[in-house]
Design a protein around this ligand. Structure first.
Ligand code: BES
Ligand code: MN
Ligand code: ZN
Length: 485
């Protein structure tokens, strides 16, 4: 798809999208008389007043496009980057479904900084182009792709639009990896995807295989992966934007390519969704590609401990005591609490490779879905200023994130009598005890844990987002990396 920026509507277009605020007179100087008249008439009739509410008009011979879509942007004061992203995304998605290929957008920016608004528009449009039916064949296949998008905007906003496109495309890569079924996306293949990203964007890449993991003492990830024919990998992408002598920010993403629960097997209903239990890892790979393209002045390590959690005669069992790269021993009470085990080695490895600050992201607990639903990402942190920076960044990026506590009292729930730590603290405070477990492997450096179990995936489709992998919080993480420069 091609994206252009022009000062006026030009070209052979399938649709022109115009957004209007309910409490501001639209400034339509860049549009032709016919469109202006139609927009004003729709406004006079009270159409497109609420956010996302829209009216479609078919132009006659004299129109600049085949269709005009007038969409409500709501009230100026309520218009944030999330609304901007969703508005542009839902308009593009809607029109694409109708077969439109060439679109133009004339969108107001309200009180937002023009750069932030157009970046959000571009992100929303790119996210809306995401293809979910990749395994459909014959007449079930939908060949409905956008070919061209024109922004009616000032030239000086090109860079912000380009940034939005890069972020949108990185998020779509992450979503594609997360949506892949587990027979098409096991640890070795996830490593190949990371390698491709490294080749495309000039990042350093390596992935430790089973022999190398054994040699290196990565006992935790090996235990989780030992029940599967698909051997685990510790995947590493390195971005150096500040010079080799500078410290690294470590991004560690859970890469469980399928979570059956293992011997503590999950109920069959909904088990298929656990193909997305490597969303954290997929997000990390997407973010590393974005960083490779945007080139911030900072060093970032992306680490994905990837394993498949399966029940078999070689699988790890409840009651097993396992070692870790860090040295602590884990008493396994439930093989379904596997994410924290692979992350234990991922976090330790990040520090060994030079990370002095850590962020991990994981579809870690069902409990966070109970607490925050599918709306907000659960945030935990060991260093409040570092965590506060993340929370304000999320707010500015228009993505919901909410902090939960890590009071020392919770540590008692995961004390083991035979080893150092147990891998589940029972039903109460499940997300917090999982985070408390991870903290044991951070070596006291500033660390943030994001539990994305509720937000990585949408169960139903939304006007601006296809059903399945969402890419949520990637945008915030990119901004957060820049905020740490
Ligand atoms: N991958 C799951 C968590 C999950 C649940 C992600 C729902 C997305 C949606 C994780 O590995 C898991 O199974 N967690 C257990 C932990 C429990 C056994 C302590 C859970 O949340 O039930
Ligand atoms: Mn599990
Ligand atoms: Zn899991």
């Amino acid at each position: 798809m091609q994206i252009r920026v022009e000062n006026s509507v030009v070209g052979d277009l399938d649709a022109l999208v115009v957004a209007i605020f309910s409490d501001e007179t639209p400034v339509l100087t860049t549009l032709d008389n016919k469109t202006r008249e139609l927009v004003e008439r729709i406004k006079a009739l009270g159409g497109a007043t609420k956010l996302m509410e829209s009216e479609t008009v078919i132009y006659g011979e004299d129109g600049p496009a085949k269709r005009l879509l007038v969409i409500g942007a709501g009230k100026v004061a309520d218009f944030g980057v999330a609304a901007a992203r969703n508005l542009a995304g839902s308009a593009a998605r809607n029109l694409r479904k109708k077969g439109a290929k060439k679109l133009a957008f004339a969108l107001p920016t309200g009180n937002l900084k023009a750069e932030s608004a157009v970046q959000a528009f571009a992100e929303g449009i790119i996210l809306s182009t995401f293809e979910t039916g990749v395994y459909r064949t014959g007449e079930n296949k939908e060949e409905k792709n956008l070919e061209e998008v024109l922004f009616v905007s000032e030239d000086n906003l090109k860079a912000a639009i380009e940034r939005g496109v890069i972020i949108g495309e990185g998020a779509n890569l992450a979503r594609r990896l997360a949506n892949e079924p587990a027979n098409q996306m096991y640890p070795a293949l996830l490593a190949e995807e990371a390698q491709k990203v490294a080749e495309q964007t000039g990042l350093e890449f390596h992935a430790l295989n089973k022999e190398q993991l054994t040699e290196g003492g990565f006992k935790a990830i090996l235990a989780v992966g030992q029940g599967s024919i698909h051997e685990p990998r510790m995947i590493v992408l390195k971005y150096n934007g500040a010079g080799e002598d500078q410290p690294y920010l470590g991004l560690v993403g859970k890469g469980v390519t399928f979570d059956s629960g293992g011997i503590s097997i999950k109920p069959s209903e909904g088990m298929g969704d656990m193909k997305m239990d490597m969303s954290g890892g997929a997000w990390v790979i997407g973010i590393m590609r974005i960083l490779g393209q945007l080139k911030p002045k900072i060093n970032v390590l992306g680490i994905v401990p990837a394993a498949e959690n399966m029940p078999s005669s070689t699988a790890y069992r409840p009651g097993d005591i396992i070692g870790t790269l860090e040295g602590k021993t884990i008493e396994v009470l439930n093989t379904d609490a596997e994410g924290r085990i692979v992350l234990a080695d991922g976090l330790t490895y990040a520090r060994k490779l030079g990370a002095t600050k850590l962020v991990d992201l994981a579809t870690l607990t069902g409990a966070v879905v109970v607490a925050l639903g599918h709306t907000a990402t659960g945030v935990f942190g060991s260093d409040q200023p570092f965590t506060d920076l993340f929370l304000t960044t999320a707010q500015e990026a228009g993505e919901r994130a909410w902090q939960l506590p890590l009071f020392p009292e919770y540590r008692e729930q995961i004390t083991s009598t035979v080893g150092d730590i147990v891998n589940t603290g029972g039903r109460s405070a499940g997300s917090i005890t999982a985070a408390t477990f991870l903290k044991e492997f951070t070596g006291g450096v500033p660390w943030i844990h994001l539990d994305i179990a509720g937000t990585a995936y949408t169960e139903g489709e939304k006007p601006y987002l296809a059903k399945g992998s969402s890419g949520q919080i990637i945008r915030t993480l990119v901004d957060f990396v820049f905020a740490n420069c």
